[in-house]
Write a protein that binds this ligand. Structure first.
Ligand SMILES: O=C(O)CCC(=O)C(=O)O
Ligand SMILES: [Fe+2]
Length: 315
């Protein structure tokens, strides 16, 4: 049986106050329409972006197939000048290519030194900065990064979560986003921050039977729409057309909760990583027991965790 499906609510011209006081605290995805994003929605054509963004080298994901899979790594990393990337991502068939004439591209822009710096399009693409306004839905000191997201038509991006709150601004093109609540993590076959279930529209239920229990949230984004993706919500993104997006990540928790070495916004908060390490030590200790006893005490530990750490406030 297919799991439940919900449409992500769409709201028109939400004010800063309405978002921050009433919508944000609910921590559910929302599509915001009619937000003032500046001139980017009309200005950012392929020609304009390739001229203005120009020669800056960007690292891109290139795949022979439309479904990009981070777990099996069915893509390669290559470098192109930003202008070339935009032109190639906008065309279906390529005269110049790395793998094949219908290869797909995905850009997730990075900081100057990706190991140390976070992406901020205001720094890496200063000539484009004036064209886009980020919604002022959080305090300046909570800002983490702003990231270009440019994809070929048809591209599907793996299911994953990020640890920051996120406004995904669809500047041009159409995409479909499928989301799952963090509360349904047990049905998503996780490998780190990614889910093994990439083909969310036609999942292999023989391999992933529990996936049918996951409640699915879905929305379609068109140029000018902004999707609020709360931290920890899983998302899988299907670009129905060539599209340019920018997302803004910001900190929901106090700064000191986050891993200082995280430049992508996807390293778990330090308390969660420390707890996971301690659990690994507990599991090694349990392994000292024979199977029958290990199983019994492991079940008791699961019950203890459920009793002590699961929230009683969620459905
Ligand atoms: O729209 C995209 O290309 C991916 C968006 C995404 O994963 C994000 O904003 O965190
Ligand atoms: Fe993401």
């Amino acid at each position: 049986m297919a799991g439940q499906c919900f449409l992500v609510p769409r709201l028109e011209s939400v004010s800063q106050e309405q978002f921050m006081e009433h919508l944000y605290p609910q921590r559910k995805p929302l599509v915001l329409e009619g937000i003032d994003l500046g001139t980017c929605t009309s200005k950012w054509t392929v020609d304009y972006l390739s001229q203005i963004g120009g020669r800056k080298e960007v690292k891109i994901h290139v795949a022979a197939v439309a479904q990009m899979d981070f777990i099996s790594k069915n893509f390669v990393y290559r470098t192109l000048p930003f202008g070339k990337l935009v032109q190639r991502a906008a065309e279906e068939k390529h005269k110049e290519f790395f793998i094949s004439e219908d290869e797909k591209y995905y850009l997730r822009s990075l900081g100057e030194d990706p190991r140390k710096d976070v992406a901020d399009i205001r720094k890496q693409f200063p000539l484009l900065e004036g064209d886009i306004k980020f919604p002022k839905f959080f305090k300046e000191e909570q800002f983490f990064s702003s990231v270009f997201r440019i994809s070929s038509p048809g591209l599907q991006l793996w299911t994953h979560y990020d640890v920051m709150d996120n406004l995904l601004i669809q500047v041009t093109g159409k995409k479909r986003v499928v989301l799952f609540s963090p509360r349904d993590a047990q049905y998503l076959y996780l490998s780190g921050t990614k889910s093994e279930v990439l083909n969310v529209d036609n999942p292999d239920l023989a391999k992933y039977p529990l996936f049918s229990k996951a409640r699915r949230y879905e929305c379609s984004l068109k140029a000018g729409d902004v999707l609020f993706i709360p931290a920890l919500w899983f998302h899988n993104v299907i670009s129905e057309e060539f599209g340019v997006g920018v997302n803004v990540f910001w900190k929901h928790l106090p700064s000191e909760c986050y891993d200082k070495t995280d430049t992508y916004g996807n390293k778990d908060p330090t308390a969660a990583s420390r707890a996971a390490q301690i659990l690994d030590r507990a599991l090694k200790t349990l392994a000292e027991l024979p199977e029958e006893y290990r199983d019994f005490y492991a079940r008791r530990m699961v019950l203890h965790i459920q009793d002590k750490a699961y929230s009683k406030n969620f459905e």
